[in-house]
Design a protein around this ligand. Structure first.
Ligand code: KIV
Length: 272
């Protein structure tokens, strides 16, 4: 059992800030359904992200843009029903917060009320500052997300590393500070140089959770289906695969099919 699992019965946003103070790293994984969330929670993962990566992983879309607020709420409510210890953070999907702060608040309220989740995550810095403030003023905890922000993929044009040039790195540092000052309890930094991510983590008091942002940050997040190898066509450098479930599952399905077709399944002890 992990050290954190023994020490913290229930993870809150305050727990995460305290963990950073004590130099304890934070573990975060995605989940979009009850069964996966139950396993992730019981393994002692600190934060479960109901990411809009559900758009890719669950629905097979090429980007995160198509997923709707109703669909995110459905996934989030399924996850919340499974958890006992993890903090559940839910992505506000593309189109549910960018047009104005009132709409952003309405979307965040729907997520909290209809799913029972504990916090929301929004992509962006200065340009969404007023929306973040309005959500925070309503008492809803906010996690920021900077660096490679997949909802802006058509602006970036590519999924390569962000903030390699000074100008973008400076803007990222300013945005991270702005998110902390606004009251965010943590920030995800996606696919940025490790040196820059470490600098940001050291300059803020709120936790920085990295994905492709090196080891100098306060915690790590991965998409669960990638790290357990259920997906197998995605090979970014930052991804460590802990299982090869694609092969395991394909093998199991093939053996089942063979057993059905040969008449071996069900056998005498598998029937009434
Ligand atoms: O949607 C998601 O899964 C995310 C993580 C990649 C951080 O935002």
């Amino acid at each position: 059992m992990s050290v954190a699992k023994k020490e913290y019965k229930r993870i809150t946003t305050k727990t995460l800030v305290d963990m950073k103070k004590k130099g304890e790293k934070i573990s975060m994984l995605t989940a979009y359904d009850f069964t996966m969330a139950k396993i992730v929670d019981s393994a002692g993962i600190d934060v479960i992200l109901v990411g809009d990566s559900a758009s890719n992983v669950m629905a097979g879309h090429e980007t995160t843009l198509p997923i709707t607020l109703d669909q995110m709420i459905y996934h989030a409510a399924s996850v919340v029903r499974a958890i006992q210890r993890s903090l559940v953070v839910v992505d506000l999907p593309f189109g549910s917060y960018q047009s104005d702060p009132k709409e952003a608040l309405r979307s965040a309220i729907r997520i909290m009320k209809e799913s029972g989740a504990h916090a929301v995550k929004l992509e962006g810095g200065k340009e969404i500052k007023e929306s973040i403030k309005r959500i925070l003023n309503a008492g809803i905890p906010v996690m920021g997300h900077l660096g490679l922000t997949p909802q802006s993929i058509y602006k970036f044009g590519t999924y390569t590393v962000r903030a390699k040039e000074d100008e973008e790195a400076e803007k990222l540092k300013e945005d991270a500070l702005l998110l902390e000052k606004a009251g965010c309890f943590a920030v995800v930094l996606e696919k940025v140089p490790a040196k820059l991510a470490k600098e940001v983590a050291e300059s803020l008091t709120i936790p920085i959770i990295g994905i492709g942002a090196g080891n100098g940050v306060d915690g790590q997040v991965l998409v669960t289906h990638d790290m357990i190898g259920m997906t197998h066509e995605f090979h970014p450098r930052f991804l460590r695969r802990y299982l090869d479930l694609y092969s395991e599952m394909t093998g199991a399905f093939q053996r089942y099919s063979d057993d059905v077709k040969s008449g071996d399944f069900p056998n005498d002890s598998e029937q009434y």
